[in-house]
Design a protein. Structure first.
Length: 160
């Protein structure tokens, strides 16, 4: 009887381990598929217009020899957002605010959330910017109540 219980217990344990491994393999393969889909910037959107590329290159001090800033360059919003994010985070504290961002990105603002209050009492609001205007690749900036930049995120719309 004890041998039967030990064998049954071992079988259950092996079954659980196999289930866990299969589950992990499925989750990893789904993660890889999602990452591959997101890596293809051409799948859900189109390149920025030449005017937008010129505007961004000028306003965010991208080097004139930057390949993205060359006439006729094919540039997607997602390829340029990290430079915008770095530029804004590097602004001096007295200029790292919504007023300054509006000067730079005001043309591309498309959504503004109302003020939110967290359980710890902190208040913030978010403004969404989209260089392409298709709401696929967005730059979302969270501002503190005083208008200073709290956080900048790059948001990608997914259809799945």
């Amino acid at each position: 009887m004890r041998k039967t219980i030990k064998i049954a217990g071992a079988s259950v344990l092996i079954g659980l381990i196999i289930c866990a491994l299969v589950s992990n393999i499925l989750m990893i393969s789904m993660y890889i598929a999602i990452r591959r889909e997101l890596a293809d910037v051409t799948r859900f959107t189109t390149p920025l217009t030449a005017e937008v590329v010129e505007d961004v290159c000028k306003k965010f001090s991208l080097q004139t020899d930057d390949p993205r800033c060359q006439p006729g360059a094919t540039v997607y919003a997602r390829e340029i957002y990290p430079d915008i994010k770095s530029y804004l985070y590097d602004l001096p504290k007295d200029r790292a605010n919504e007023e300054e961002v509006s000067k730079l990105l005001g043309l591309y603002e498309y959504y503004r959330e109302p003020m939110s209050r967290l359980s710890n009492g902190h208040e913030y609001y978010q403004v969404w910017y989209d260089l392409r205007g298709d709401r696929i690749n967005r730059l979302v900036i969270s501002y503190r109540k005083d208008g200073s930049i709290k956080r900048i995120t790059i948001s990608i719309y997914r259809s799945f």
